[in-house]
Design a protein around this ligand. Structure first.
Ligand code: LMR
Length: 391
Protein backbone atom coordinates (compact mmCIF):
# COMPACT_ATOMS: atom_id res chain seq x y z
CA UNK A 1 0.00 0.00 0.00
CA UNK A 2 2.73 2.45 0.91
CA UNK A 3 4.07 2.35 -2.66
CA UNK A 4 0.94 4.27 -3.66
CA UNK A 5 2.30 7.30 -1.85
CA UNK A 6 4.53 9.78 -3.62
CA UNK A 7 7.22 11.66 -1.70
CA UNK A 8 6.31 15.18 -0.55
CA UNK A 9 8.72 18.08 -0.28
CA UNK A 10 9.27 19.06 3.36
CA UNK A 11 7.59 22.28 4.48
CA UNK A 12 9.98 24.93 3.16
CA UNK A 13 9.97 27.08 6.33
CA UNK A 14 10.52 24.15 8.65
CA UNK A 15 13.23 22.73 6.36
CA UNK A 16 15.16 25.98 6.86
CA UNK A 17 15.45 25.22 10.59
CA UNK A 18 17.31 21.98 9.81
CA UNK A 19 19.46 23.53 7.07
CA UNK A 20 20.55 26.32 9.40
CA UNK A 21 21.23 23.93 12.27
CA UNK A 22 23.48 21.81 10.03
CA UNK A 23 25.58 24.80 8.88
CA UNK A 24 28.90 24.80 10.82
CA UNK A 25 29.71 28.46 10.11
CA UNK A 26 29.84 30.38 13.38
CA UNK A 27 28.72 33.66 11.86
CA UNK A 28 25.64 32.19 10.12
CA UNK A 29 22.48 34.28 10.34
CA UNK A 30 19.02 32.74 10.78
CA UNK A 31 16.27 34.91 9.31
CA UNK A 32 14.02 31.92 8.58
CA UNK A 33 11.19 30.63 10.71
CA UNK A 34 9.25 33.15 12.76
CA UNK A 35 10.58 33.05 16.29
CA UNK A 36 11.58 36.09 18.32
CA UNK A 37 15.27 36.41 19.18
CA UNK A 38 17.05 38.65 21.67
CA UNK A 39 20.10 40.78 20.89
CA UNK A 40 22.22 37.70 21.55
CA UNK A 41 20.15 35.53 19.24
CA UNK A 42 18.39 33.57 21.99
CA UNK A 43 14.70 32.65 22.16
CA UNK A 44 14.26 32.44 25.93
CA UNK A 45 11.14 31.35 27.77
CA UNK A 46 9.28 34.45 29.01
CA UNK A 47 10.03 35.09 32.71
CA UNK A 48 6.26 35.43 33.28
CA UNK A 49 5.76 31.99 31.72
CA UNK A 50 8.50 30.50 33.94
CA UNK A 51 6.75 31.93 37.03
CA UNK A 52 3.36 30.66 35.88
CA UNK A 53 4.77 27.23 35.07
CA UNK A 54 6.12 26.98 38.61
CA UNK A 55 2.69 27.84 39.98
CA UNK A 56 1.21 25.22 37.65
CA UNK A 57 3.63 22.54 38.82
CA UNK A 58 2.96 23.42 42.45
CA UNK A 59 -0.84 23.59 42.25
CA UNK A 60 -2.05 21.34 39.44
CA UNK A 61 -3.81 18.42 41.09
CA UNK A 62 -4.86 16.44 38.03
CA UNK A 63 -4.08 15.96 34.37
CA UNK A 64 -7.42 14.36 33.68
CA UNK A 65 -9.23 15.25 30.43
CA UNK A 66 -10.86 18.66 30.01
CA UNK A 67 -12.75 18.14 26.74
CA UNK A 68 -12.38 19.31 23.12
CA UNK A 69 -12.77 22.96 24.18
CA UNK A 70 -9.65 22.76 26.37
CA UNK A 71 -9.01 25.19 29.22
CA UNK A 72 -11.90 27.65 29.11
CA UNK A 73 -10.27 29.71 31.87
CA UNK A 74 -7.45 30.38 29.39
CA UNK A 75 -9.86 31.04 26.51
CA UNK A 76 -11.94 33.52 28.52
CA UNK A 77 -8.99 35.27 30.19
CA UNK A 78 -7.60 36.21 26.76
CA UNK A 79 -10.84 37.73 25.52
CA UNK A 80 -10.51 41.26 26.98
CA UNK A 81 -7.10 41.55 25.32
CA UNK A 82 -8.45 40.43 21.96
CA UNK A 83 -11.93 41.93 21.93
CA UNK A 84 -11.68 44.88 24.34
CA UNK A 85 -13.84 46.25 27.14
CA UNK A 86 -16.96 44.26 26.21
CA UNK A 87 -15.13 41.00 25.46
CA UNK A 88 -18.18 38.95 24.52
CA UNK A 89 -19.80 41.82 22.58
CA UNK A 90 -23.02 41.35 24.52
CA UNK A 91 -22.83 37.56 24.64
CA UNK A 92 -22.12 37.17 20.92
CA UNK A 93 -18.52 35.87 21.16
CA UNK A 94 -17.32 32.61 22.60
CA UNK A 95 -14.24 30.48 22.05
CA UNK A 96 -12.34 27.25 22.57
CA UNK A 97 -8.69 26.30 22.88
CA UNK A 98 -6.76 24.92 19.90
CA UNK A 99 -3.32 23.40 19.29
CA UNK A 100 -1.54 26.63 18.32
CA UNK A 101 -2.56 29.17 15.74
CA UNK A 102 -2.43 26.47 13.08
CA UNK A 103 -5.10 24.49 14.95
CA UNK A 104 -7.21 27.63 15.18
CA UNK A 105 -6.93 28.39 11.45
CA UNK A 106 -7.61 24.76 10.62
CA UNK A 107 -10.72 24.73 12.81
CA UNK A 108 -11.97 28.06 11.43
CA UNK A 109 -11.62 26.87 7.84
CA UNK A 110 -13.04 23.40 8.53
CA UNK A 111 -16.09 24.94 10.25
CA UNK A 112 -16.52 27.41 7.39
CA UNK A 113 -16.43 24.46 4.98
CA UNK A 114 -19.06 22.66 7.07
CA UNK A 115 -21.20 25.80 6.85
CA UNK A 116 -20.96 25.74 3.06
CA UNK A 117 -17.93 27.95 2.34
CA UNK A 118 -16.07 26.49 -0.61
CA UNK A 119 -13.80 29.32 -1.65
CA UNK A 120 -11.67 31.66 0.45
CA UNK A 121 -10.32 34.99 -0.79
CA UNK A 122 -6.93 35.83 0.64
CA UNK A 123 -4.29 38.48 0.01
CA UNK A 124 -1.04 37.02 -1.31
CA UNK A 125 1.67 36.51 -0.44
CA UNK A 126 0.46 35.03 2.83
CA UNK A 127 1.71 32.58 5.44
CA UNK A 128 2.30 29.48 3.28
CA UNK A 129 0.36 27.26 5.67
CA UNK A 130 -2.88 29.14 4.90
CA UNK A 131 -2.80 27.77 1.35
CA UNK A 132 -1.70 24.34 2.57
CA UNK A 133 -4.61 24.08 5.01
CA UNK A 134 -7.11 25.23 2.36
CA UNK A 135 -5.75 22.67 -0.10
CA UNK A 136 -5.83 19.92 2.51
CA UNK A 137 -9.49 20.70 3.24
CA UNK A 138 -10.32 20.71 -0.48
CA UNK A 139 -11.23 24.42 -0.38
CA UNK A 140 -10.41 26.79 -3.18
CA UNK A 141 -8.08 29.74 -2.70
CA UNK A 142 -9.01 32.94 -4.52
CA UNK A 143 -5.88 35.11 -4.28
CA UNK A 144 -5.69 38.89 -4.50
CA UNK A 145 -2.64 41.16 -4.18
CA UNK A 146 -2.07 42.06 -0.55
CA UNK A 147 0.31 44.93 -1.27
CA UNK A 148 0.88 47.58 -3.92
CA UNK A 149 4.29 47.88 -5.61
CA UNK A 150 4.90 51.01 -3.51
CA UNK A 151 4.75 48.95 -0.31
CA UNK A 152 1.31 50.06 0.89
CA UNK A 153 -1.54 47.62 1.52
CA UNK A 154 -3.73 47.20 -1.56
CA UNK A 155 -7.12 48.45 -0.35
CA UNK A 156 -8.78 48.22 -3.76
CA UNK A 157 -7.95 44.52 -4.03
CA UNK A 158 -9.31 43.56 -0.62
CA UNK A 159 -12.46 45.65 -1.13
CA UNK A 160 -13.03 44.01 -4.51
CA UNK A 161 -12.68 40.57 -2.90
CA UNK A 162 -15.10 41.43 -0.09
CA UNK A 163 -17.63 43.11 -2.37
CA UNK A 164 -17.42 40.39 -5.03
CA UNK A 165 -17.59 37.33 -2.75
CA UNK A 166 -20.67 35.15 -2.99
CA UNK A 167 -22.54 33.42 -0.15
CA UNK A 168 -20.33 30.32 -0.35
CA UNK A 169 -17.13 32.35 -0.06
CA UNK A 170 -15.23 34.00 2.80
CA UNK A 171 -12.35 36.47 3.07
CA UNK A 172 -9.33 35.66 5.25
CA UNK A 173 -7.40 38.61 6.70
CA UNK A 174 -4.39 38.99 9.01
CA UNK A 175 -5.26 41.05 12.11
CA UNK A 176 -1.80 42.63 12.37
CA UNK A 177 1.90 42.13 11.64
CA UNK A 178 1.13 40.69 8.22
CA UNK A 179 3.08 37.50 7.53
CA UNK A 180 5.20 37.70 5.34
CA UNK A 181 5.14 41.37 4.26
CA UNK A 182 4.86 43.29 7.57
CA UNK A 183 2.46 45.59 5.67
CA UNK A 184 -0.74 46.18 7.65
CA UNK A 185 -3.89 48.05 6.76
CA UNK A 186 -4.10 51.58 8.17
CA UNK A 187 -6.96 52.56 10.52
CA UNK A 188 -8.73 54.27 7.59
CA UNK A 189 -8.34 51.16 5.46
CA UNK A 190 -9.71 48.93 8.24
CA UNK A 191 -12.72 51.27 8.49
CA UNK A 192 -13.36 50.86 4.75
CA UNK A 193 -12.90 47.08 5.06
CA UNK A 194 -15.39 46.96 7.95
CA UNK A 195 -17.92 48.96 5.93
CA UNK A 196 -17.48 46.63 2.95
CA UNK A 197 -18.00 43.51 5.08
CA UNK A 198 -21.13 45.04 6.60
CA UNK A 199 -22.59 46.12 3.25
CA UNK A 200 -21.76 42.92 1.35
CA UNK A 201 -22.58 40.33 4.02
CA UNK A 202 -19.30 38.55 3.20
CA UNK A 203 -18.02 36.33 5.99
CA UNK A 204 -14.72 37.47 7.64
CA UNK A 205 -12.12 35.03 8.95
CA UNK A 206 -9.38 36.88 10.83
CA UNK A 207 -6.05 35.31 11.75
CA UNK A 208 -4.42 37.05 14.73
CA UNK A 209 -1.06 35.41 15.38
CA UNK A 210 1.11 38.38 16.37
CA UNK A 211 -0.94 40.66 18.63
CA UNK A 212 1.38 42.93 20.58
CA UNK A 213 4.36 42.58 18.24
CA UNK A 214 3.40 45.53 16.03
CA UNK A 215 2.41 48.63 18.01
CA UNK A 216 0.91 47.19 21.22
CA UNK A 217 -1.84 44.83 22.37
CA UNK A 218 -4.63 47.41 21.99
CA UNK A 219 -3.27 49.03 18.82
CA UNK A 220 -2.80 45.69 17.07
CA UNK A 221 -6.39 44.65 17.76
CA UNK A 222 -8.05 47.87 16.62
CA UNK A 223 -8.53 46.94 12.95
CA UNK A 224 -10.01 43.56 13.75
CA UNK A 225 -12.31 45.09 16.36
CA UNK A 226 -13.58 47.61 13.77
CA UNK A 227 -14.59 44.71 11.54
CA UNK A 228 -16.21 42.76 14.38
CA UNK A 229 -18.22 45.83 15.44
CA UNK A 230 -19.65 46.07 11.92
CA UNK A 231 -20.59 42.47 11.10
CA UNK A 232 -23.12 39.93 12.38
CA UNK A 233 -20.78 36.92 12.21
CA UNK A 234 -17.04 36.19 12.01
CA UNK A 235 -14.36 33.65 12.92
CA UNK A 236 -11.14 34.60 14.70
CA UNK A 237 -8.09 32.32 14.83
CA UNK A 238 -5.70 33.33 17.62
CA UNK A 239 -2.17 32.32 18.52
CA UNK A 240 -0.25 32.79 21.79
CA UNK A 241 2.78 31.07 20.30
CA UNK A 242 4.54 34.38 19.57
CA UNK A 243 3.19 36.91 22.10
CA UNK A 244 3.74 34.49 24.99
CA UNK A 245 6.75 32.78 23.35
CA UNK A 246 5.02 29.41 23.61
CA UNK A 247 5.95 28.10 20.14
CA UNK A 248 6.37 24.37 20.75
CA UNK A 249 3.72 24.23 23.46
CA UNK A 250 1.10 25.03 20.78
CA UNK A 251 -1.19 27.57 22.42
CA UNK A 252 -4.07 28.93 20.37
CA UNK A 253 -7.76 29.68 20.47
CA UNK A 254 -10.68 29.84 18.06
CA UNK A 255 -13.45 32.40 18.59
CA UNK A 256 -16.81 32.83 16.91
CA UNK A 257 -18.85 36.02 16.68
CA UNK A 258 -22.49 35.10 16.09
CA UNK A 259 -25.81 36.90 15.94
CA UNK A 260 -27.05 35.37 19.18
CA UNK A 261 -26.39 32.67 21.80
CA UNK A 262 -28.26 29.90 19.98
CA UNK A 263 -26.10 30.33 16.88
CA UNK A 264 -22.97 30.30 19.06
CA UNK A 265 -24.05 27.05 20.71
CA UNK A 266 -24.66 25.40 17.34
CA UNK A 267 -21.34 26.66 15.97
CA UNK A 268 -19.42 25.25 18.95
CA UNK A 269 -21.26 21.93 18.85
CA UNK A 270 -19.85 21.61 15.34
CA UNK A 271 -16.42 22.97 16.27
CA UNK A 272 -16.21 20.54 19.18
CA UNK A 273 -17.04 17.65 16.85
CA UNK A 274 -14.34 18.78 14.39
CA UNK A 275 -11.79 19.11 17.18
CA UNK A 276 -12.69 15.68 18.58
CA UNK A 277 -12.20 14.08 15.18
CA UNK A 278 -8.99 16.03 14.53
CA UNK A 279 -6.98 16.18 17.77
CA UNK A 280 -9.58 15.30 20.40
CA UNK A 281 -8.29 17.87 22.89
CA UNK A 282 -5.66 20.59 22.77
CA UNK A 283 -2.43 20.28 24.80
CA UNK A 284 -3.03 21.89 28.19
CA UNK A 285 0.26 23.09 29.63
CA UNK A 286 0.87 26.30 27.68
CA UNK A 287 -2.72 27.50 27.86
CA UNK A 288 -2.81 26.86 31.61
CA UNK A 289 0.34 28.97 32.01
CA UNK A 290 -1.29 31.84 30.09
CA UNK A 291 -4.42 31.55 32.28
CA UNK A 292 -2.28 31.77 35.44
CA UNK A 293 -0.51 34.87 34.10
CA UNK A 294 -3.69 36.66 33.09
CA UNK A 295 -5.38 36.04 36.44
CA UNK A 296 -2.45 37.59 38.33
CA UNK A 297 -1.84 41.35 37.98
CA UNK A 298 1.89 41.11 38.73
CA UNK A 299 2.51 38.31 36.26
CA UNK A 300 0.38 40.13 33.68
CA UNK A 301 2.45 43.29 34.11
CA UNK A 302 5.64 41.24 33.74
CA UNK A 303 4.37 39.59 30.56
CA UNK A 304 3.33 42.93 29.04
CA UNK A 305 6.73 44.44 29.92
CA UNK A 306 8.48 41.52 28.20
CA UNK A 307 6.28 42.01 25.15
CA UNK A 308 7.14 45.74 25.16
CA UNK A 309 10.85 44.85 25.16
CA UNK A 310 10.41 42.49 22.21
CA UNK A 311 8.52 45.09 20.24
CA UNK A 312 11.04 47.82 21.04
CA UNK A 313 13.94 45.62 19.94
CA UNK A 314 12.27 44.81 16.63
CA UNK A 315 11.53 48.53 16.07
CA UNK A 316 15.21 49.18 16.74
CA UNK A 317 16.24 46.65 14.09
CA UNK A 318 13.79 48.14 11.61
CA UNK A 319 15.10 51.64 12.30
CA UNK A 320 18.71 50.48 11.92
CA UNK A 321 17.90 48.84 8.57
CA UNK A 322 16.14 51.98 7.37
CA UNK A 323 19.07 54.13 8.50
CA UNK A 324 21.37 52.00 6.37
CA UNK A 325 19.23 53.24 3.46
CA UNK A 326 20.10 50.74 0.76
CA UNK A 327 21.94 47.45 0.39
CA UNK A 328 22.90 47.06 -3.24
CA UNK A 329 19.72 47.76 -5.21
CA UNK A 330 17.48 47.00 -2.19
CA UNK A 331 15.78 49.99 -0.56
CA UNK A 332 15.61 49.21 3.16
CA UNK A 333 13.74 52.36 4.21
CA UNK A 334 10.18 50.90 3.91
CA UNK A 335 11.01 48.34 6.62
CA UNK A 336 10.78 51.09 9.25
CA UNK A 337 7.04 51.46 8.56
CA UNK A 338 6.27 47.74 8.56
CA UNK A 339 5.22 45.70 11.58
CA UNK A 340 6.02 42.56 13.47
CA UNK A 341 8.49 39.78 12.89
CA UNK A 342 8.54 39.84 9.11
CA UNK A 343 9.32 41.90 6.06
CA UNK A 344 9.99 40.90 2.47
CA UNK A 345 13.03 41.86 0.46
CA UNK A 346 12.76 42.05 -3.33
CA UNK A 347 15.37 39.36 -3.94
CA UNK A 348 15.27 36.49 -6.41
CA UNK A 349 15.28 32.82 -5.42
CA UNK A 350 18.82 32.58 -6.79
CA UNK A 351 19.91 35.49 -4.61
CA UNK A 352 18.32 33.83 -1.57
CA UNK A 353 20.33 30.69 -2.41
CA UNK A 354 23.56 32.68 -2.80
CA UNK A 355 22.97 34.46 0.51
CA UNK A 356 22.59 31.05 2.14
CA UNK A 357 25.43 29.23 0.41
CA UNK A 358 28.07 31.96 0.26
CA UNK A 359 27.14 34.15 3.22
CA UNK A 360 25.48 31.73 5.68
CA UNK A 361 22.38 33.94 5.70
CA UNK A 362 19.14 31.95 5.83
CA UNK A 363 15.76 33.32 4.73
CA UNK A 364 12.62 32.00 3.09
CA UNK A 365 12.81 31.58 -0.70
CA UNK A 366 10.16 34.31 -0.99
CA UNK A 367 12.66 36.86 0.38
CA UNK A 368 10.90 36.99 3.74
CA UNK A 369 13.21 37.83 6.62
CA UNK A 370 12.65 37.42 10.34
CA UNK A 371 13.52 40.88 11.66
CA UNK A 372 14.27 39.43 15.10
CA UNK A 373 17.06 37.32 13.61
CA UNK A 374 19.08 40.51 13.16
CA UNK A 375 21.19 41.70 16.08
CA UNK A 376 23.69 44.52 16.61
CA UNK A 377 26.34 41.84 16.10
CA UNK A 378 25.19 40.51 12.73
CA UNK A 379 23.44 43.50 11.16
CA UNK A 380 26.56 44.93 9.44
CA UNK A 381 27.40 41.50 8.02
CA UNK A 382 23.83 41.06 6.79
CA UNK A 383 23.76 44.44 5.06
CA UNK A 384 27.14 43.78 3.44
CA UNK A 385 26.05 40.31 2.24
CA UNK A 386 22.83 41.73 0.82
CA UNK A 387 24.72 44.52 -0.93
CA UNK A 388 27.14 42.00 -2.46
CA UNK A 389 24.42 39.63 -3.67
CA UNK A 390 21.76 42.12 -4.74
CA UNK A 391 24.17 44.47 -6.45
C1 LMR B 1 6.35 31.42 10.45
O1 LMR B 1 5.64 31.87 9.55
O2 LMR B 1 7.59 31.34 10.34
C2 LMR B 1 5.72 30.98 11.73
O3 LMR B 1 4.37 31.27 11.74
C3 LMR B 1 6.01 29.57 12.05
C4 LMR B 1 5.21 28.61 11.24
O4 LMR B 1 4.53 27.77 11.83
O5 LMR B 1 5.26 28.67 10.00
Amino acid sequence: MLDRLSPQAPDALLALIRLHAADPREDKIDLGVGVYRTETGATPVFAAIKTAEQVLVDTQDSKSYLGPEGDMGFVNALMPYIFGADPTMGGRISGMQTPGGTGAVRLALALALKAGVKRVHMGVPSWPNHAQILADLGMELAPFDHANPDGTANLDAVLAAINGASADEAVLLHACCHNPTGIDYTAEQWAAIATAFAASGTFPIIDSAYQGLGHGMEEDAAGMRAVLAAVPEAFIAYSCDKNFGQYRDRVGAFYVLAKEQGALDTAFSNANALARAGWSMPPDHGGAAVRIILRDPDMTAQWLAELDDMRARMRGVRDALAQAGTAGRIDLTPLAHQNGLFSMLPVTKDEVATLREEHGTYMAASGRINIAGLTPGNLPKFIAALAAVAA
